[in-house]
Design a protein around this ligand. Structure first.
Ligand code: ZN
Length: 466
């Protein structure tokens, strides 16, 4: 039966669109931070070039009850796009390109497989900002950003991917094309159907086109790194900066002492702009359009914070190069594998006021259960998003107690009513912990929606929902 399916796919899309056997390169089976591809055996890779071809693929898969896993740039961190044995990989890498920039409407329309950076650069050429931004910008695809409701570094000002999407086109499991390419900021005509596909990680449909909202392009940036004595002062600094900069604060990234010390002493090519030893470091920036007045306002905000003893020390970037050097610290997690061969990494969220005490409660639990473990804490604290990375020295892939670490951390998080995923999604890695953050009634409604939109369960089976 699978042979018949493959023959029909070849007939409809052409031989070049289907890869099987040794032609399925390792990149289709590799997790972003893994050195090696997974040892799974997907049925084939199919690479459609149009929405009609995506619809044709799904119609056939529905008929043959063939499970499908949709892939973008393979930069996801929750395992949702990694194929299981026998699954058909639906890669959207050839469904790419920017179709329109509508300067009057302030929108950009792009096909699913367009890399985020290409979209950002095309918008910038016309004087616009695409506000979705994350470290993987060069290789992630826009439909993957939308399907996972990506977060990133600019959420405090512009919101997550969900807030940047005005319209989209998606293909349902039975091949029906839902064209919802809205360009209006206000549109209350019935259900907002696009929201079903945003953040549902490809389980309810396959996104093929996206209409993004464009923002005015900032032309200058003020960046500072501050040393802060306590978590209470971190939150006071956040509120002070938001008030003084009238909502134009564009990043508020917090690094605990453990993160700052690890990055500046253990990773190659990193230096410490402020001495190690402060309990907290805050990287914050203001993006604007008038360098002189923005700089004056930014300095006044910092001076007031000094006077109020919210910050103990600070360094302000005086050039683009210095700005990049400060961000290099915060972007260091991409290099953690250089020092740590095994890592459990988390993207959790909690109410902002409770993140400090959560970290204090977590430390002794991890120390007791995993003696000698190394832990770093950092995150987009202005967005209530904490990242935690845990390494156990001497462990290998085979001996690393990842599951026990998850049980420990998520168990505490459940007591705090936090979320097991702030921005990376559930995928397969966190599926077993969904119930830690969602009620049985919420999960039952998710299953109801899944059954209505994908009755055969062919789209990304086993992802998100337990
Ligand atoms: Zn993050």
């Amino acid at each position: 039966m699978t042979q018949t399916l493959l023959n029909e796919l070849r007939q409809q899309l052409g031989d070049a669109a289907i890869l099987t056997g040794v032609d399925i390169e390792a990149r289709y089976r590799k997790a972003y931070f893994s050195a090696e591809a997974e040892n799974t055996r997907p049925l084939a890779v199919v690479r459609p070039r149009s929405t009609d071809e995506v619809a044709a693929v799904l119609r056939l898969c529905q008929r043959y009850r063939q499970p499908v896993v949709t892939q973008g740039g393979m930069t996801g961190l929750s395992g949702g796009a990694l194929p299981a044995d026998g699954e058909l990989i639906l890669s959207l890498e050839r469904l790419c390109g920017i179709e329109e920039i509508d300067s009057m409407a302030g929108t950009l329309t792009a096909l699913a497989g367009t890399p985020l950076q290409e979209i950002q650069e095309a918008a910038a050429e016309k004087g616009f900002l695409v506000a979705i931004d994350l470290g993987a910008r060069g290789s992630c695809h826009i439909a993957g950003n939308v399907a996972t409701n990506a977060g990133g570094n600019r959420v405090i000002r512009y919101g997550m991917a969900r807030q940047q999407v005005l319209g989209l086109e998606a293909v349902l499991a039975d091949g029906t094309v839902i064209s919802s390419l809205n360009k209006m900021l206000k549109n209350n005509a019935g259900f907002d159907l696009k929201q079903l596909f945003i953040g549902s990680e490809g389980t309810l449909g396959v996104i093929t086109r996206v209409v993004l909202k464009l923002e005015p392009l900032p032309s200058c940036v003020q960046t500072a790194l501050c040393a802060v004595a306590s978590y209470a002062d971190v939150v006071k600094l956040l509120r002070h900066a938001q008030r003084r900069l009238s909502g134009r604060i564009s990043a508020f990234e917090v690094m605990w002492s453990d993160f700052y010390t690890f990055v500046t002493t253990r990773l190659p090519g990193q230096r410490a702009p402020l001495p190690v030893g402060s309990p907290f470091y805050v990287l914050l920036d203001l993006q604007g359009s008038d360098a002189a007045s923005d700089a004056a306002l930014f300095e006044m905000m910092l001076e007031e914070a000094f006077t109020a003893e919210l910050i103990q020390d600070a360094v302000v970037a005086a050039s683009d190069k210095e700005t990049q050097a400060l961000w290099k610290l915060r972007d260091a997690p991409g290099e953690f594998p250089l020092a740590w061969p095994t890592i459990a990494s988390f993207d959790i969220s909690l109410p902002i006021g409770r993140i400090g005490e959560f970290v204090e409660a977590l430390r002794p639990r991890l120390d007791a259960e995993f003696p000698g473990c190394e832990v770093v804490h950092f995150g987009h604290i202005g967005d209530s998003n904490l990242h935690v990375c845990v390494h156990v020295p001497g462990s290998t892939d085979a001996t690393f107690p990842e599951h026990a670490i998850k049980d420990c951390l998520y168990g505490l998080l459940r007591d705090y009513a936090g979320s097991v995923s702030a921005e990376h999604g559930i995928g397969t890695y966190k599926r077993d912990y969904l119930a830690y953050s969602r009620s049985p009634e919420e999960i039952a409604l998710m299953h109801t929606l899944k059954a209505a939109m994908d009755p055969q369960g062919i789209l990304n089976p086993g992802r998100v929902l337990p």
